[in-house]
Ligand binder design. Structure first.
Ligand code: FE
Ligand code: FE
Ligand code: ZN
Length: 305
């Protein structure tokens, strides 16, 4: 069982079932890992955590071979540690992320993924410095959790190229608390050639050590390499392609790292806007069988009719 692929997806967290609800979705999709927001990603409203639901979640995880070390939280994307133009907002972001770490610790979660932040108009250096200072205030020596800085596309003033992440990692005092999260869509859009992923891994290894990779977001991209756009696509349906993604997923150097899908939900019809049906069960089936199914999207639509 040690050889098993560690794969899951983003799942929804609701106030009623909390972690238990997340586990139920993961089980339904055939996953042994998953990622969730502890509330709405676009706001910072967070409800109290129910300990009984955590216990029930743990039981269901045990039954389904989901290990706590493969459960990941994503910090809300409105938290911006790079911008201190409005001191109150910067302080709020720092306090909120600290509370988020405490929530993760309550859940027993060991990794939280964080978008480094956008410098807005402060410039790259100031932005990176703000992130470093914030992380140095947030992290505590005895925290049993790692912050995984996610590679970003660089749209707008977004920080999060590999080199920018290395600068942050070097500036943080508690270095053992910081890891990196590689997002395949974001890396493609930023300009990294995913067909040469081993070269990128060599580079990461040389700079910070490959053991610092804590999570991999596996997404196809709607866009060509280098456009800095950030629009996720379903596995095998975008510009990265099935084979390249499969090579990354099954790369032996990344074996023990959780792979998390954040691919878009499927719309009811090709022209409808509202995204209704999660694709994860079908995508994971394709990944496990290593066979691309070009009819996947139509089949999901039919199944939900
Ligand atoms: Fe993210
Ligand atoms: Fe991501
Ligand atoms: Zn994205």
């Amino acid at each position: 069982m040690n050889n098993e692929l560690i794969i899951g997806s983003h799942v929804n967290y609701n106030g009623k079932e909390q972690l238990l609800g997340c586990v139920k979705q993961a089980v339904e999709y055939g996953e042994n890992a998953f990622m969730f927001y502890t509330g709405a990603p676009q706001n910072t409203v967070r409800l109290p955590i129910n300990n009984k639901l955590i216990e029930e979640a743990y039981e269901l995880m045990k039954k389904n071979n989901i290990l706590l070390k493969n459960v990941i939280v994503h910090a809300p994307y409105i938290v911006n540690l790079a911008n201190n133009k409005v001191p109150e907002s910067y302080e709020f972001a720092i306090n909120f992320l600290r509370q988020e770490l405490d929530r993760c610790i309550k859940f027993g979660v060991k990794k939280i993924v964080l978008h480094p932040g956008s410098h807005v108009s402060l410039g790259v250096d100031v932005g990176l410095n703000n992130i470093i200072n914030a992380l140095n205030r947030i992290l505590k020596e005895d925290d049993d959790i790692k912050i995984c800085l996610e590679t970003m596309t660089g749209k707008g003033s977004e920080l999060g190229s590999l080199d920018e992440i290395f600068i942050i990692m070097n500036g943080v005092k508690l270095k053992d608390k910081i890891m990196i999260c590689l997002d395949t869509c974001h890396m493609n859009d930023r300009g990294y050639d995913l067909k040469k992923f081993d070269e990128t891994l060599d580079y990461i290894d040389k700079k910070i050590g490959i053991d610092k990779i804590g999570c991999i977001h596996v997404n196809d991209s709607y866009n060509e390499r280098g456009v800095r756009k950030d629009r996720h696509d379903n596995i095998g349906f975008g510009k990265i392609g099935f084979d390249t993604l499969l090579d990354i997923i099954y790369n032996p150097r990344l074996k023990n790292i959780p792979k998390i899908l954040e691919t878009p939900y499927i719309t009811e019809t090709p022209i409808s806007k509202e995204r209704l049906y999660p694709p994860f069960k079908e995508e994971i089936m394709m990944i496990k069988s290593r066979v691309f199914n070009p009819n996947m999207i139509t089949e999901i639509r039919d199944k939900n009719k």
